[in-house]
Design a protein around this ligand. Structure first.
Ligand code: PEP
Ligand code: MN
Length: 341
């Protein structure tokens, strides 16, 4: 950490900062310039509760961190990719195959989810997605079947063997969700629900952490850091688009650069969700290609037996035959990406 003293700072101000830093077991190197003094604090700066404890001191002009504030998820401490084992056959991350998770936005019926599971499995998807607890902006819209939806997912898993990813919205549902989920999804709207993050940090299941719709990269990484800091070792990031000023033609702005960036900054895998990122099925194919070429470890793509009558997110959901066609192309793009990276 660097503490830049004000040109007006006196010896007493400087000594107070040094004393405080030493109290945190930091070694302090004093650099006296012509006008200003810069204090370099050497040691684990994550021991310091907050840089503000220096920023608010008399005579301090600025405080700059040197280490990242998310050491557990960062590549600073762990260089090699973390590979997240989902089931004996499925793992995400590293130089493994592209993992596609697919299924409806919401689980609507037992037959529907089983039919979808069979169709996406046949097309090559490795994980079934489906929401039983749905975060909906407007009340009086379909908010999911809750526990019944979880039971239908469990039945779909039984019939196809596909692992399940489903969203957890409320700490009170953590046990029932964990009973059937192979990956617990934290949705964009809950990325900064800190008590929920703390709780999923205490479970053993992999957690898929979607990027909040107005979250900076650092806030997102810090949300991941919170999960890992609580003991969980299995994290997957998911870029699903962020809010910007134009919502007429796309639902969100797909931040493609977040994919290689997260891979540079973190050892945990990242997947992309072109369905929620664009909100339009006509954009899913090109954004899937772009995600793979950007280094995504997997994709989440919404499919539905009858998108026109879906209870949520129909406009971005692919029909089964469209998904099947897409999957053939995705494998080609992934082969090419593997050659190039
Ligand atoms: C979803 O995956 O169905 C969902 C609600 O996604 P997001 O949290 O990205 O909006
Ligand atoms: Mn959805």
């Amino acid at each position: 950490m660097l503490i830049i003293m004000d040109p007006e700072a006196n010896v007493e101000n400087i000594n107070k900062v040094i004393k405080k830093a030493e109290g945190y077991e930091m070694k302090v190197i004093v650099n006296k310039g012509e006008f200003q003094t810069v204090l370099a604090l050497i040691g684990n700066e994550n021991k310091i509760i907050t840089p503000d404890i220096f920023a608010s001191m008399d005579g301090v002009a600025d405080v700059q961190r040197v280490q990242v504030s998310f050491p557990l998820v960062s590549r600073q401490l762990k260089k090699q990719d973390s590979i997240i084992q989902i089931s004996p056959e499925v793992k995400i991350g590293g130089k493994n195959e592209l993992i596609v998770m697919s299924g409806p936005c919401s689980v609507e019926s037992e037959d529907g989810i089983i039919e979808t599971a069979k169709a996406v499995k046949k097309a090559g998807a490795k994980i079934l997605r489906g929401g039983a607890y749905k975060p909906r902006t407007a009340p009086r819209t379909f908010e999911g079947l809750g526990e019944l939806g979880l039971r239908f997912l469990a039945q779909a898993k039984k019939e196809t063997g596909l692992p399940i990813i489903t969203e957890l919205m409320d700490i009170r549902d953590i046990e029932v969700v964990c009973e059937i989920a192979d990956i617990v999804q934290i949705g964009a709207r809950n990325m900064q629900n800190f008590s929920l993050l703390n709780e999923v940090g205490k479970i053993k299941k992999p957690v898929l952490l979607k990027r909040g719709m107005s979250a900076t990269i650092e806030e997102w990484l810090l949300a991941g850091e919170r999960i890992i800091n609580n003991g969980n070792e299995k994290l997957i990031f998911c870029e699903r688009g962020i809010r910007s000023f134009d919502s007429k033609y796309t639902r969100n702005v797909f931040d493609l650069s977040a994919i290689p960036l997260i891979k540079q900054l973190s050892h945990f895998p990242i997947i992309a969700d072109p369905s929620h990122a664009t909100g339009k099925k006509s954009l899913v194919k090109s954004m899937s290609f772009a995600s793979i070429m950007s280094g995504a470890d997997g994709l989440m793509i919404e499919t539905h037996p009858d998108p026109e009558n879906a209870l949520s997110d129909g406009p971005q959901s692919l029909k089964f035959h469209e998904f099947e066609e897409l999957m053939k192309d995705l494998q080609k793009v992934h082969t090419l990406a593997n050659e190039l990276y």
